[in-house]
Write a new protein. Structure first.
Ligand SMILES: NC(=O)c1ccc[n+]([C@@H]2O[C@H](COP(=O)([O-])OP(=O)(O)OC[C@H]3O[C@@H](n4cnc5c(N)ncnc54)[C@H](OP(=O)(O)O)[C@@H]3O)[C@@H](O)[C@H]2O)c1
Length: 412
């Protein structure tokens, strides 16, 4: 029962950061669901939230023009540095979906507020330091309170995490499994992603400290080799090589995705008694990889010093991003090669604009899944990966929403 001062939980989903570039796309995606939370079967109550009420009202008008049913969409003013506003928002929501980044800049306050206010939580971070810090601070609290805190529900890391799960499900049970994931994409970067990437590059030491604390911690999904049940989960050492089947050069991709896949493997028995994963990018030409490496090296070096870092941060501003035409020409595919016993399987997850169009879809479907599919989801709580929290139920939703999960080849 809510206390006298506690607001009613009147929203299935609240989008926090709705006036930002990605948040707006998530809001438009929900607006297009024709008011129904479960394929139209159940009415959906939702709200947009952010720090500027004028911007929120403008967004609400745009949504109403898109779909008149959006006249019932709520508007909540909330600020990361105003604790009471965060708790109030969480108390009104069953699920808070946040696109407010860089997440390492106080994003943990919202996780805390969701646990306090009794809401589940979904974000689109790809920042390893933030994810480790959320696990280190809130794993036990989230578990005890029955909350589901699910990071990385955008392109980082849903296609990789759910693609690996999908691949595991095509292989025999109860035997050691190894999977390699190969990502190809065409995409562009928003101001928010740029700010987050530069911030992460400047904080590599702090990030390492969080990872070390996560490994040492007593959480079921800790990053060490042994999972809590004694099963073995490890990183296959990736190496630069020409891949004949993929007709391209494959190179180690040091994004958060590999560690998310391995956390899922620690939490789900189906990945077998021993599970190894390696994560790669794919390029047709070796010189492109060299150019990419050199470019990243320069940006990384510039991100280490205050003045040059500020120069970089000024290059792309918050709120900017690829327009609809550019997004329409973007695409991604992740191929997985899985081996177990004598079976080999090749699978593929693919879709459109990875960074924004599909990220908005993935995050929105993850929030819808937590809000409306509760009866079909695993009975788990804590700081969770998408595969652990939602697994096949989310794969089903994403397939219906147009993402492709396919088996390309099976051989024995
Ligand atoms: N994992 C993925 O695949 C993926 C894909 C896309 C984006 N992302 C991440 O998502 C984040 C957002 O990206 P974006 O391009 O959408 O960024 P953006 O356009 O800059 O939007 C950021 C939003 O955060 C809000 N905000 C900032 N500080 C706030 C505060 N203190 N309190 C309340 N709201 C605050 C901003 O509010 P105002 O509108 O009032 O300024 C804005 O709505 C970035 O961290 C990016 O890296 C990840």
């Amino acid at each position: 029962m809510p206390s006298q001062n506690q607001p009613q939980r009147d929203c299935d989903i609240v989008i926090f950061g709705a006036t930002g570039f990605t948040g707006r796309l998530v809001a438009e995606y929900l607006a297009d669901q024709a008011g129904g939370g479960n394929g139209g079967a159940e009415p959906m109550r939702w709200a947009i939230a952010g720090r500027h009420s004028e911007k929120l009202e403008q967004l609400k008008n745009t949504l109403e023009q898109r779909n008149p049913a959006c006249s019932s969409v709520g508007v909540i003013q909330a600020e990361l540095h105003d604790w009471a506003s965060l708790v109030f928002m969480a108390q009104r929501a069953r699920v808070v979906l946040t696109t407010v980044g860089p997440f390492i800049k106080d994003g943990d306050r919202l996780v805390h507020a969701c646990i306090t206010g009794g809401a589940d939580y979904v974000d689109i971070t790809g920042e390893p330091e933030f994810v480790d810090s959320v696990i280190n601070q809130f794993y036990a609290q989230a578990r005890e309170s029955g909350r589901r805190i699910v990071n990385c529900c955008g392109f980082d890391s849903i296609p990789h995490d759910l693609g690996a799960l999908y691949t595991v499900e095509q292989l025999p049970e109860g035997v050691p499994i190894e999977i390699e994931g190969f990502v190809r994409s065409r995409g562009s970067v928003s101001g928010g992603t740029w700010q987050s990437a530069i911030t992460a590059m400047a904080r590599l030491r702090a990030s390492r400290r969080q990872t070390v604390a996560h490994r040492a911690g007593n959480t079921a999904d800790r990053s060490s080799t042994e999972s809590s049940s004694g099963r073995r989960v490890y990183a296959i050492k990736p190496r630069l090589r020409y891949h004949r089947d993929l007709k391209g050069w494959v190179f180690p991709l040091p994004t958060i995705d590999g560690s998310i896949v391995r956390r899922s493997a620690r939490g789900i028995e189906r990945y077998g008694p021993s599970f190894g994963y390696a994560h790669y990018g794919v390029s047709r030409a070796l010189h492109r990889i060299a150019m990419l490496g050199a470019g990243l090296g320069v940006v990384f070096a510039l991100a280490q010093l205050g003045p040059t870092r500020n120069f970089l941060l000024e290059r792309k501003k918050s709120g900017q991003g690829p327009d609809a035409r550019e997004r329409a020409s973007n695409w991604f595919e992740v191929k997985f090669v899985g081996k177990a016993d004598n079976t080999k399987v090749i699978t593929r997850v693919s879709g459109g604009d990875p960074g924004y169009g599909e990220t908005a879809k993935m995050a929105a479907e993850a929030a819808l899944c937590l809000a409306f599919d509760r009866d079909r989801l695993p009975d788990v709580a804590g700081v969770l990966t998408p595969a652990i929290a939602m697994g096949d139920v989310l794969i089903e939703r994403l397939q219906k929403a147009g993402l492709r999960f396919e088996v390309l080849q099976t051989s024995q």
